[in-house]
Write a protein that binds this ligand. Sequence first.
Ligand code: B12
Ligand code: SF4
Ligand code: SF4
Length: 396
Amino acid sequence: MASTSYVLQLCELGKSAGLDALGVASAEPFEAAKGILHTRKQQGLSGGMQFTFRNPDRSTTPESTLAEARTLIVGALAYQSASPPKQATATEIYGQVASYAQRDYYGQLRLGLDAIARQLQADGWQAKIVIDDNALMDREAAFRAGLGWYGKNTCLLIPRRGSQFVLGSVITDVPLPYSQPIDRSCGTCSLCQRACPTGALDTAGQLDARRCLAWLLQQGGIFPRQHRAALGNRFYGCDSCQTACPVGKSATGLRNKNQFEVAAGEGAISGGGATGESSTGEDTVLDRVEILSLLISTDEELLRRYGRFYIAKRQPRYLRRNALVVLGNTGNPKSWATRTTLAAALRDTDPIVRAHAVWAARRMGLDNLALSAQYDCDARVREEARLPVEVRTSAK
Ligand code: B12
Ligand code: SF4
Ligand code: SF4
């Protein structure tokens, strides 16, 4: 077995490359988590998601990624809280991008884990990095590596720092001493459950993906009608169950990466703090999207601008769909720019775009713009024209 000082040396490398917390765990299969994946699927709570649900054996068995796997070195990288939503004007309407997607945090995390993997390889060990990959349940790895505990928002909470972290692992064959999992719970707090706009979090700490806005924005097809109003101005991802969480909010500037406090995770062998911002070289901030300009953009432009997002089947129509729901919820019906853009979307060749444009128009009280939709050749568009829509109070 390699010594604790070797672990500390690896952690030091990760910290210097920007990681905020690190822990070490056994690469034994995650048997309990596998059972949970199967149960959630059977109960329908996975809402058609693939990800780790596609092949539960694989995503809970590190050996399926590296045959000789013995150890997981798990790293966490903090991301900044979302900037406050910018106010819509007559000509500009903004859709909010969730904090974790505003920059290429996964790229930064990869740099940190890569520093560790390269050292392991230089010392003759095998090492593979997995980040947000269907091959491994990242939160379960982080839990086992003592980085934090499961909150009722289902996220991995790091003590005193909260859940605004991305997680990833180096799977390796080196035998190392393991960190201890943290025995902690949320106690009587239930702020995240109450903050969820769609009631997607149950009291048993489970997430119902069929109601989770973060998933509904990524899923293909028609955006479920019953959750459109709750979407508000969210364009990609949802932060509500994390921003409601008090853990990590007490220390000043804790969520600001530049001032990030260096503090060791309790169960983890070593935690760390970034001394500066690492950069992947193409690290641009994308905290919000301008809805009207998105709606008049070409497919190529949309894929170029938002290509790092998870977009169902890589079809830009789903970016337009999400933008139209945001438009219905926040657009100004008196604005000429809004009406013109909406009129164009109502004539779009794509029925998914037309269907959501009908809803957006009606949500803003602009039924007159969408009258011809009742004769549309596509049943989904006709349905949007027929079913009742609650007109926004601010649009009346
Ligand atoms: C599928 C997925 C989603 C789905 C489903 C999320 C979910 N809760 O399952 C959707 C699209 C909704 C989603 C949303 C988000 N995601 Co996501 N997602 C994933 C992915 C790909 C797999 C997660 C998974 O396996 N889920 C399956 C379920 C069964 O797992 P679980 O909920 O973790 O289950 C455990 C707990 O429930 C616990 N448990 C069981 N019973 C009980 C009971 C109680 C009381 C408690 C407390 C716990 C508990 O044990 C279970 C098994 O380990 C991972 C990446 C990866 N490869 O791991 C990222 C990941 C989980 N997502 C991440 C992020 C950042 C998000 C968002 C914050 C993004 C956003 N702002 O929109 C939201 C958060 C929503 C939320 N509350 O979870 C991070 C989480 C980081 C963290 N600190 O936890 C991950 C790890 C990506 C990464 N590599 O950083 N995500
Ligand atoms: S991400 Fe949003 S919709 Fe999903 S559980 Fe959290 S608060 Fe609810
Ligand atoms: S808001 Fe409360 S219940 Fe939810 S994760 Fe945070 S501490 Fe736990």
